[in-house]
Design a protein around this ligand. Structure first.
Ligand SMILES: [Fe+2]
Ligand SMILES: [Fe+2]
Length: 280
């Protein structure tokens, strides 16, 4: 299952047209000296540490993309597809890496961890633990990313509403804007897969949605307690909301293709049952 080159190119170009205009400078756009650490709660500091680790998985993701979508494939069509995708992956990787480094800069300036070397050591220790998305095709990789991008975007928005330290609020707004752009790209790719391959896509999307877990869940010490605490810092954040947004997305596809509606609804019901989500 591979998207036509022109379709992929269209999405990647649209993304990069926007992204090239959406730059912010991790060193200069955030007024680091204005941080007022005394306005941060202990829970908010822990939330910053947690999301720094989540963002710092970028080298692993990029390596996984490079392995799954090699630009040196002997099949020229596959190679062209993967080369086009690389235009996105390299840009997206730059943006995610900037997130991790900006959050690390925040930790240093806010004296959550004032020692750069110690912080680097903590970050590399966490990011070296193996975490694989674990899917082979672009549709499933993008479904995973759809959920993760939406989860991070919603988390940053909810956290920002509860923070009174103004520099962190500003940083969270930069991150939120990038994450919502990422989300749009991945949802457009999934939409094009359905346009191209119809309901054959549904079981693949279902598989990802029903097994979805955030990075770190099986590698970070004390993950569960930290995740619960992190959610508490962002009132209004609902971990099932990204899945609900996926259901809404599938229902919109059903409106465009009434002949798919009953199968899409059946798929949504299966996911709700497996995930034990009662009310949608
Ligand atoms: Fe990010
Ligand atoms: Fe992102």
């Amino acid at each position: 299952m591979r998207l036509p080159l022109a379709t992929l190119r269209n999405h990647v170009t649209t993304y990069n047209e926007l992204a090239d205009d959406a730059n912010w400078n991790r060193f200069k756009s955030v007024p680091w000296p204005e941080i007022q650490p005394e306005l941060l709660t202990e829970g908010q500091k822990q939330a910053v540490i947690f999301v720094t680790h989540v963002e710092d998985y970028t080298p692993g993701y990029c390596a996984e993309y490079a392995a799954l979508f090699p630009v040196n494939s002997p099949d020229p069509e596959e190679a062209m597809h993967n080369r086009e995708l690389f235009h996105f992956v390299s840009r997206w990787g730059l943006e995610e890496d900037r997130h991790a480094q900006a959050l690390a800069l925040y930790q240093v300036h806010a004296e959550i961890e004032p020692d750069w070397d110690r912080l680097s050591e903590q970050m590399i220790t966490e990011s070296q633990k193996e975490f694989l998305v674990g899917y082979k095709g672009l549709l499933q990789v993008c479904t995973y990313a759809f959920l993760q991008e939406k989860a991070t975007q919603l988390y940053y928005q909810s956290l920002a509403r509860n923070v009174s330290e103004p520099v962190l609020v500003k940083l969270l707004h930069f991150l939120t804007r990038d994450e919502s752009r990422h989300f749009v790209f991945f949802s457009n790719i999934i939409g094009s897969y359905f346009d191209q391959f119809g309901l054959d896509c549904l079981p693949l999307v279902e598989e990802v949605a029903t097994h979805y877990r955030m990075p770190l869940h099986n590698t970070m010490a004390d993950y569960r307690r930290r995740a619960i605490r992190m959610a508490r810092e962002a009132p209004g954040y609902d971990r099932f909301l990204p899945i609900r947004i996926l259901f809404r997305f599938l229902r919109q596809l059903g409106e465009q293709h009434p002949e798919w509606q009953s199968e899409l609804e059946a798929g949504i019901l299966r996911m709700k049952t497996r995930l034990r989500i009662d009310s949608i």
